[in-house]
Design a protein around this ligand. Structure first.
Ligand code: EPU
Length: 422
């Protein structure tokens, strides 16, 4: 994160045209560590060119793997020379998903030391369920001095019952269990599209995983995994952010290369607001001409409304006609972007995990600071809607998860640029 940059967005431009969505961040950050479980070379395609992926390249190299990486194209990982089991503090702090090295290294060599991860500050983000899962497979798992240490002589398949639906916990247990002895059954598993994609990637390496996408995942351990050539799915949250940007500017945008069924919760809300949404096989058209109606949103696990789109969506709702109520059920502090957007003239009240938004006619520009990835996306949406030129500081947060966001928005007609070295 440079901290010495800002985005400049001149609002009021209508977005029009076609744009292609990039590969999924939250699937990429699970599939890349999974390559360590293979006994041969893996090629991963459709990876987004984002900071989280760059950080994982450095982590794999730090562990001794041979990585060829062409940003935005493919990554080839030869895990065979990797002998390390410790991730450095510096690299672990660069992304939340560094904790997937716990499951991947535990499955690979029975041992991992990973400093508690960095990532976005959106409330306390405990890892108790991950550790519970590792322990159920026979590992010792503890956090000592800021480092999570897991170790097992032999991992043995077992039942893992999550107290809550956790994406990270489900990924980590899947990674640890694929080469465990016997069968692991994850109950109350997360069902997000990236869980299914990770299962498909692991199965393409010879794993036996069934039930991904339901709340019960069954993993029959295998001794070895072979190499693969796997392309990750398109990014659900980038797709949604572009859909919201199209609506926010009363535009007409076709988002190509996406999976429309992953977007059903958002599409339904946009339709409820009066936005036209049309699904094609692998594209979505979002067309908005008239006034937007206020809607209520409650974030939920998939297939409910995703917490990651709550922030961009709440920016859009600041100018909808009427009062919108947003309930954030997944993370404790995911409304910090609203403090910023309030400075643009939005009428917003936040009480604990509920935000009440009274729509105003228009937002006006202001200097703003991104506090996390999706908060940054929300500020960009607000900037696209506002009168005047909005400055968004700390755009490095946005680079963690959105590939070339300025270029994509500019190609649709947005006036957006970045200044560095301030
Ligand atoms: N939780 C626990 N204990 C655990 C694990 C989770 O209490 O051991 C709680 C969390 O504090 C949270 C809830 O369970 O309140 C759900 O957390 P989950 O584990 O599902 O989330 P995550 O794995 O930390 C992933 C995504 C997030 C996304 C959430 C929810 C990745 C790398 N991150 O986080 O993505 O918001 O699932 O869908 O996949 C983002 O992309 O901006 C982002 C934050």
């Amino acid at each position: 994160m440079t901290g010495k940059e800002r985005m400049l967005i001149t609002g009021g431009r209508t977005l029009e045209g076609q744009v292609r969505v990039s590969g999924g961040k939250n699937t990429a950050v699970a599939v890349i560590p999974a390559t360590l479980l293979s006994d041969d070379v893996c090629t991963i395609e459709n990876l987004p060119d984002i900071e989280d992926v760059h950080a994982l390249v450095d982590i794999l190299r730090e562990l001794g793997a041979k990585v060829d990486y062409e940003p935005g194209r493919f990554m080839t990982v030869d895990p065979r020379p990797a002998e390390g089991y410790e991730v450095s503090y510096h690299n672990a702090q660069r992304l939340r998903a560094s904790y997937y090295l716990l499951g991947a290294l535990l499955g690979r060599c029975g041992k991992a030391h990973v400093p508690t991860p960095g990532g976005c500050e959106i409330g306390s983000r405990p890892v108790d369920q991950h550790l519970k899962g590792f322990r159920a497979l026979g590992a010792e798992a503890d956090e000592v001095g800021g480092i999570i240490k897991v170790e097992a002589g032999q991992l043995t398949g077992s039942g893992v019952f999550f107290d809550i639906s956790t994406v990270g916990g489900t990924v980590n247990v899947m990674l640890a269990a694929v080469k465990a002895k016997g069968t692991t059954i994850i109950y109350n598993a997360a069902k997000e599209p990236h869980i299914v994609d990770l299962a498909n990637a692991l199965n393409s390496m010879g794993a036996h995983i069934k039930g991904a996408g339901t709340d019960t995942i069954r993993i029959r351990g295998v001794q070895n995994l072979h190499g693969t050539n796997y392309a990750v799915i398109p990014d659900q949250i980038e797709t949604g952010t572009l859909m919201i940007a199209a609506a926010a500017t009363h535009g007409d945008v076709v988002i190509n290369g996406c999976i429309p069924t992953h977007m059903d919760a958002l599409s339904a809300k946009l339709l409820e607001m009066g936005v036209m949404v049309t699904d094609y096989d692998d594209a979505i058209r979002v067309h908005s001409t008239g006034m937007h109606r206020a809607v209520n949103i409650k974030t939920q696990v998939y297939p409910g409304f995703p917490t990651d789109l709550q922030q961009p969506m709440s920016a859009l709702l600041t100018t909808a006609h009427g009062t919108s109520i947003i309930q954030e059920t997944i993370f404790e502090q995911r409304f910090r972007h609203l403090d910023e957007i309030r400075r643009m003239g939005a009428h917003v009240r936040v009480a604990d995990r509920i935000a009440i938004i009274e729509g105003v006619n228009e937002l006006y520009s202001a200097p703003l600071t991104a506090s996390d990835l999706r908060a940054g996306a929300a500020l960009v949406i607000a900037g696209l809607m506002a009168r005047g030129t909005t400055e968004v500081y700390e755009p490095g947060y946005i680079d963690r998860g959105y590939e070339h966001i300025e270029e994509k928005l500019r190609s649709l007609g947005a006036e957006i640029s970045r200044e560095t070295g301030l």
